[in-house]
Design a protein around this ligand. Sequence first.
Ligand code: FES
Length: 165
Amino acid sequence: MGEPEPTQQSSGSDAICEFIGNLKVENDNLILALHAIENRFGYVPRQSALLLSKRFSVPLARIYEVLTFYHYFRTTPSAEHTLTICLGTSCWLHGSEKILRNSQNLLAELPPEERQRFGLSEVRCVGCCSLAPLVFAGKKVIGRLTPDKMKQIIEGLLSNRGDIS
Ligand code: FES
């Protein structure tokens, strides 16, 4: 069975169709088109890959080759709140691994609908070792992290308070 035809049934689909319809189709701007989609939607929806495949006359598999080769691209929407804990040497020596484990446990105890709002990941040294241990809460860097501080951050995000620091 082949891929389903992209449709324009929802406003999200309409936005994708319109956006891709306005992209310039030139020989080698597939990556630029993918960047534009990523920047506009925060990820590359499957429907947009199907539409690009048609517009650029390239196999869908080629588009997914590009998407999976470059770490920049996402094929699923990111969580509402992303928490990225540094496990580089300096942060690790200051207890970041314990903070990561505590955070995993805290999130695991949440009801599924709340847990889904969070994306917890790890990164190696990001060059701010003087702040160790640290977490990126979205784009905000929070240093001198402790398990209690991390708990407050998660609770703050859960209650939609903007006062994480
Ligand atoms: S080890 Fe975490 S910022 Fe360098």
